[in-house]
Design a protein around this ligand. Sequence first.
Ligand SMILES: [Zn+2]
Length: 157
Amino acid sequence: MGARDTVIEEHAARLQACMYQYSRAIYRSIRDLIDPYVAPELHLEYRRAVLEQCEQTMERLARDPLYFAKPDRALFQDIRRYFPITAQAEVAWAVREGVAAAVTFIEEQIEAGALDGGVARCRATTRKGKPCQRTPLPDRDYCPSHQHLEASTKVAA
Ligand SMILES: [Zn+2]
C-alpha cells in the first residue's frame, strides 16, 4: 500500500510541475491587462488573486482531467472581475488558448499511457470499448459506476 502511494505521489508531483508552467504562462499572458486604475496595493492583490486562480485551475485539471468540464470558462469566470471591461475579450481569449494548451498536454499524457503508471484506473471497459479512466474505489478494482462488476467477477472466479 505504502509503495504504491509513493508512486502515485511522485507522478502527481511531476504532473504538478508541468501544470505550474502552464499556469505561469496563462498568468504572464494576462497580468498586464489587470485593471490599472485601482490603488497600487489593490493592484498587487489583484495580481496575486489572478495568479492563485490560474494555479488552482491547473491543479484541479491535473487531479481530475477528464471530469473538469470547461476549465477555461471556469477560470475566466473566477478572474474576470480583476480586469476592465475593455480587456475582457482579450483575457477570455488568452485564458482559452492557455487552458487549451494544458488540456492538450494532459490528453497526450493519457493517450501515451503516462498516467497509467502511477494513477490507478478502473478495470472496466466503457460502452465505447475504451478503458474506463475513473479512479477505483479505495482497495477496489472498479470505480463507483462499475463497482457491480467486482461482485460478478468474484462469482465467476
Ligand atoms: Zn469504471
